[in-house]
Design a protein around this ligand. Structure first.
Ligand SMILES: [Zn+2]
Length: 482
């Protein structure tokens, strides 16, 4: 029985999928030759003035309403002052006390059931540039560092949860669901490996029953779901050992070391007042009308929770399938097209989650790169259901469809794969097998009925796997009885 209650809050930074940066017209695209996506504004040159990209505001509102939050009618930008070489202005433009959204929530499902996690706030801000350390893998041991400001001024939303997450699993599920929502509404690509979605996890422990929070640590820049869960597990263990030994947890920022599976001290944690926030005098306050918010709300696509409900209640899938399909937007959109007019959506889900997923995993591809179109998968399932091909043959047909993009019917016709369902033809095959295997037939008639499996196998082989299995079994038993 655990002694301490785990309290986790998560900050997620998501890069927005706008064409241009938040306060200038430079491309916001990832990558590029260093320092080619820059101008006087994002370089922080004296006298350059920022102008808000309207699309950033629209995306922030879209994210805010998708997270069930309250969009502020009055909002503003503030300067967060700190010095670091990747921040040319010496401050980051962010939102401090009047964020664009507050009081949202999302529902997550865990092995313990469903849980609602509060979203404290969402605000807009600009990203910083990137330091590229030379002569070593990281800052430690580097001889010098290069500055790339292509990312400086790329728009971000920061989404801060309430400290209502109570386990490493909930932490991972929260980030997964949040990413899923943001990708579904098209505001971010959610590519954690490219850093377009990054998480900071705040974690503290307190004895059960104690109302005041324990001292928290912040683990910064986690860039995978697994890292979120593992870092929580590690921090729980580390803090438990400290508290058990009568020591204090110190408030600090830590880094996750993926190879060693540990968190390491980065620096003692800053307080908000260290940043000397003040309103940015170069940017006017924002006034957002209710009409704008409502029109953005009306244009929201189907959200993951709604999709899961449609899959379970409407399509009739088990909750597990609905979860797997919904967790991957591309897969869900593919599934939606594949089941149009289908009488067997469960079979389509099985193929997608089974054979198709296995092949995609093996080849490291996304479903969008498949040669097979959704309606072709639907047709494959129809051929199985109509007894034209067996499930086993279908696997071979699928493999060919995935590489050639040909229709299942075409492959079946060209290669003569349709199922043998003609009794007379099958009896001829069976009789041939019985003639070739007289000793097994004698064994069978002497009571060793298990040999029937061998004989059926031989007959199936003789048909190239095309015999309908239950029919073959039945006919074999009947021929052996004669
Ligand atoms: Zn610029």
């Amino acid at each position: 029985m655990a002694k301490y209650e785990v309290v986790v809050g998560i900050e997620v930074h998501a890069e927005l999928l706008t064409e241009t940066k938040i306060f200038c017209g430079c491309p916001a695209k990832f990558g590029g030759e260093p320092n080619t996506h820059v101008c006087p504004v994002c370089l922080g040159l004296p006298g350059a003035l920022p102008v808000l990209n309207e699309r950033v505001l629209e995306f922030a509102i879209r994210a805010g309403v998708a997270l069930n939050g309250h969009i502020a009618e009055r909002s503003k930008f503030d300067r967060k002052n700190y010095f670091y070489p990747d921040l040319p202005k010496g401050y980051q433009i962010s939102q401090y006390d009047q964020p664009i959204m507050e009081r949202g929530w999302i529902d997550i499902s865990t092995s313990e059931g469903s849980k609602r996690i509060g979203v404290h706030r969402l605000h807009m801000e600009e990203d910083a540039g990137k330091l590229v350390h030379q002569g070593a893998a990281g800052l430690a041991g580097a001889t010098h560092s290069l500055v790339d400001l292509n990312r400086a001024g790329v728009p971000l939303v920061e989404i801060v949860s309430e400290p209502e997450i109570s386990s490493p699993e909930e932490a991972r599920r929260y980030v997964e669901e949040l990413r899923n929502i943001l990708v579904t509404i098209g505001v971010t690509d959610g590519k954690m490996e490219e850093g377009s979605l990054r998480c900071d996890v705040n974690l503290s422990l307190r004895p059960f029953g104690q109302s005041e929070l324990g001292t928290k640590t912040e683990v910064k820049n986690l860039n995978s779901f697994r890292a979120v869960q593992k870092a929580c597990e590690y921090e729980i263990q580390r803090q438990t050992e400290l508290l058990d030994a009568g020591a204090k947890v110190s408030q600090e920022s830590r880094l996750w070391n993926e190879e060693r599976g540990v968190t390491m001290l980065m620096r003692s944690k800053e307080e908000a007042h260290d940043y000397r926030y003040f309103p940015d005098p170069d940017l006017v306050p924002l006034a957002v009308s209710r009409d704008v918010v409502e029109s953005i709300r009306k244009q929201l696509p189907e959200l993951p929770a709604e999709r899961r409900a449609r899959y379970t209640e409407g399509v009739g899938l088990p909750a597990y399938d609905a979860g797997v399909l919904t967790d991957n937007l591309e897969l869900a959109l593919y599934f939606d097209r594949a089941i149009e007019g289908s009488g067997n959506p469960k079979a389509i889900a099985n193929w997608l989650m089974g054979d198709v997923a296995a092949i995609l995993n093996r080849e490291g591809k996304g479903i969008g790169e498949l040669a097979m179109r959704p309606e072709q998968l639907r047709k494959l399932v129809e051929l199985i259901d109509a007894d034209v091909i067996s499930g086993k043959i279908a696997k071979a047909v699928l493999g060919e469809m995935l590489t050639t993009g040909q229709d299942a019917e075409r492959i079946v016709a060209d290669r003569g794969l349709s199922q043998l369902t003609n009794e007379d033809e099958l009896r001829v095959v069976i009789r041939g097998i019985l003639e070739q295997n007289p000793s097994q037939v004698a064994d069978y008639r002497a009571g060793k009925t298990k040999v029937v499996g061998f004989l059926v196998g031989q007959a199936m082989k003789a048909t190239g796997g095309r015999a309908k299995p239950d029919m073959l079994n039945r006919l074999m038993t009947s021929e052996l009885a004669d």
